[in-house]
Design a protein around this ligand. Structure first.
Ligand code: MEV
Length: 438
């Protein structure tokens, strides 16, 4: 068995590779070869990537694609997407093209509030704690002035700090529930720095607050951290058109299509198993743009799914209705995104993604990302209620299967031609491939 290692992070990159290849892989030489193959030949660029995280040994590529023809509030955009799933960019592009001829996407920002909390334990009387909070509030603001100065210049800063009694959830548990406006930054660093300062002022001043007993002075701050649940950092994106214009399927009429779409959304609203998959389809679009723009997709995922269960049951993030023969399809989703800070000014491809998107503000990015989610969901559900998804999905997956089989370019061409009019399954591809080979 491999022994634990100390000081791994101090080894050079090559030493790390040597160690991992020898101790954890069966073929160290080919392990090294593949890791080196993914190093960038531009030494500076590679160093930039090495320094994003600890213990980098190589790069992990994902495709960067572009979905063109997105008309968003009358502005025509091409959306960069980073994703490995074959059919996602194709589905987004198809939905964008479809809605381009029907007025495009309309979006509205419903809020931009970010949240952070100082969680603490206190065993004394709540009314004394309230008096202390009133006393300490101005000191908290003054002490964090150096941290908030630049953000205030940009129009943001702390918007509120509230003392919350949470003892109905956990004995002795209180919090400072703080809200922030972070303009074009996602704001995690700003918020966390502010919160740690609030906590430090809070603890220091508790020591000097006369009405507290000796024990009460020892307020225990457990932690200070932003919340990725941002229900008031919210964006709405919508498409609509007369039902008769929903000419998507040769098999069913526009009216039947519209009704099936509404029913499919109703099912996703009613039933959590379907809702999770339905929302996963939305996240195919959302995560792809979030990744391309260097934002934190884990934060977005966590916040979005919490929002999907805000009423006590996990449900659909999209909505659909038919009213006066008009079909409307929309999404309302929390997206705490940034267009400055973090990776956004560092990663060359992220910078390029922002250029392609015409240098959006954070609010504009929220709108673009929400549209990508809505388009993706429209694409997935419209396939599901008509042909099913496998037809399109397998067509897109065909190249993956051919690459796995090691097909040559000429073989690929011939097989793709064959499957233009035949159903793609793994076994049918294998059969045709073997026939051509022999
Ligand atoms: C696959 O990645 C996403 C779908 O399952 C979404 C959905 O079912 O709505 C097709």
């Amino acid at each position: 068995m491999t022994k634990p290692i100390t000081g791994f992070s101090k080894l050079t990159k090559k030493e790390k590779i040597e160690w991992i290849a020898t101790h954890y892989t069966q073929h160290p030489e080919s392990t090294k070869e593949i890791l080196f193959k993914y190093w960038n030949t531009d030494v500076q660029l590679q160093q930039l990537h090495d320094e994003f995280i600890e213990n980098t040994i190589s790069n992990f590529y994902l495709p960067l694609g572009v979905a063109p023809n997105f008309l968003i509030n009358e502005k025509l955009l091409a959306i960069p997407m980073v994703i490995e799933e074959s059919s996602v960019v194709a589905a987004a592009s198809k939905a964008a093209k479809f809605w381009l001829d029907r007025g495009g996407f309309k979006t509205t920002i419903l809020g931009t509030e970010k949240i952070g909390q100082v969680h603490f334990m206190y065993t004394g009387d709540f009314s004394i704690l309230r008096d202390f909070f009133t006393d300490v509030y101005p000191k908290i603001i003054t002490d964090s002035a150096s941290l908030t100065k630049n953000m205030e210049k940009r129009g943001g800063g702390i918007t509120n700090i509230e003392l919350r009694d949470q003892t109905d959830k956990l004995d002795h548990y209180y919090q400072l529930h703080c809200t922030f406006e972070t303009i074009d930054a996602m704001g995690a660093n700003f918020i966390n720095s502010c919160l740690e300062q609030f906590a430090s002022t809070f603890k220091r001043e508790a020591q000097n607050f006369e009405p507290f007993s000796k024990e009460e002075k020892n307020i225990e701050v457990v932690m200070s951290i932003l919340s990725n649940y941002t229900p008031n950092c919210l964006v709405k994106a919508e498409v609509s058109c007369p039902v008769e214009e929903l000419t998507l399927s040769n098999e069913i009429s526009p009216k039947e299509f519209a009704e099936k779409m509404v029913r499919a959304i109703a099912i996703a609203k009613a039933e959590p198993h379907r809702a999770v998959t339905h929302n996963k389809g939305i996240m195919n679009g959302i995560d792809a743009v979030v990744l391309a723009t260097g934002n934190d997709f884990r934060a977005i995922e966590a916040g979005v799914h919490a929002y999907a269960s805000k009423d006590g049951r996990y449900t659909s993030l999209t909505h659909a209705k038919i009213e006066n023969d008009v079909f409307t399809f929309w999404i309302e989703i929390p997206l705490a995104l940034g267009t400055i800070g973090g990776l956004t000014n560092l990663h060359p491809l992220v910078k390029l993604a922002f250029e392609i998107l015409q240098k959006p503000t954070a609010k504009e990015l929220m709108q673009i990302v929400a549209v990508a989610g809505l388009a993706q969901n429209f694409g997935a559900v419209s396939s599901l209620v008509t042909t099913g998804i496998q037809e399109g999905h397998m067509k897109m997956h065909l190249l993956n299967i051919l690459n796995q089989l090691g097909a040559t370019e000429a073989e690929k061409k011939e097989i793709i031609r064959y499957f233009k009019t035949n159903t793609v399954t793994h076994s049918s591809v294998l059969e045709v491939y073997n026939r051509i080979k022999n």
